[in-house]
Design a binder for this molecule. Structure first.
Ligand code: IPD
Ligand code: CA
Ligand code: CA
Length: 263
């Protein structure tokens, strides 16, 4: 394993330890609403501190972009290394004890994601990837699914729970997909959904309005597992726009054709 990936895994496990401890007594957790339907707990913050602590101890000069603390002071164009962190993706699930959430950590080098870790502490699923070296789940090599028809596919997505202005458009997309695929799922952790595409548990995924920390690690897992990820027109730039479509190559192209009108 690449030394930077080893550090990332160590950091993810530290964050997950904070999350696991807290999950045993959910009643004790203080929940704060950042924006409408956008929740943060002290656990998100404590997990993030634990993660950043491990990463910066190993690599003090690296920059950090993390959901709860934002950009580190040294995040600028000159800094070649940036860690992109979602300490707890699926906070709403976590608050309710619904076991679908994860830690997501990606490392970018000169703007290119080179290392990725997604760890699901409820199942002990450790997804990792190094650019050019493949993607793995608990040491087993990952390949995207072989499903080639949308009619046979299981597709993941996320609702625009925070931006009700987008709901109407989403309902149209739901209708189109529900009519054409075998099943549509909204598990509630975008990072884990992307890891599931890499693992072939989902054949495709789409969502709008995500942040880079929801997608950066999952994106590398998918490309290293032979899948494709892009925006609603099939181009790159999803990390900036937040609108993303992913899948095995066949399903990706069918999703793009179907969802392009909603770009
Ligand atoms: C959220 C989850 C969810 C997605 C939201 C994200 P958070 O992340 O990934 O699945 O639909 O858009 O913000 O807030 O739980 O880290
Ligand atoms: Ca998130
Ligand atoms: Ca989060």
């Amino acid at each position: 394993m690449h030394p930077m990936l080893i550090t990332a895994v160590k950091a993810a496990r530290r964050g997950a330890a904070v999350i696991n401890r807290a999950s045993m007594d959910l009643g004790q957790i203080t929940v704060t609403e950042k924006k409408r339907n956008d929740y943060v707990t002290e656990i998100d913050q404590a997990a993030e501190r634990a993660i950043v602590d491990v990463l910066l101890k190993a690599y003090p000069g690296h920059a950090v972009l993390a959901e709860e603390s934002g950009a580190s002071a040294n995040l600028n164009a000159e800094n070649e290394y940036v860690w992109i962190i979602d300490p707890l993706d699926g906070t709403t699930n976590f608050i309710h004890g619904f076991p679908q959430y994860c830690v997501s950590i990606a490392l970018q080098h000169k703007g290119v994601t080179t290392q990725a870790v997604i760890f699901d502490p409820t199942r002990n699923d450790l997804f990792v990837a190094t650019r050019g070296d493949g993607a793995f789940l608990n040491d087993k090599r990952l390949r995207v699914s072989k499903c080639d028809k949308l009619a046979d596919s299981l597709i993941g997505t996320g609702f625009p729970a925070r931006d009700m202005g987008k709901l109407e458009e989403y309902m149209k997309m739901f209708k189109v997909l529900t009519e054409r695929c075998q099943g549509l799922r909204r598990p509630g952790s975008a990072a884990l959904d992307l890891a599931y595409v890499a693992a072939g548990r989902l054949d495709g995924f789409f969502e709008k309005g995500l942040n880079s920390w929801d997608m950066a690690a999952g994106a590398l897992l998918i490309t290293e597992a032979g899948g494709i990820i892009g925006d609603f027109t099939g181009e790159q730039g999803y990390l900036e726009s937040g609108d993303v479509i992913a899948g095995n190559p066949r399903i990706f192209h069918q999703l793009i054709t179907l969802l392009k009108p909603y770009a």
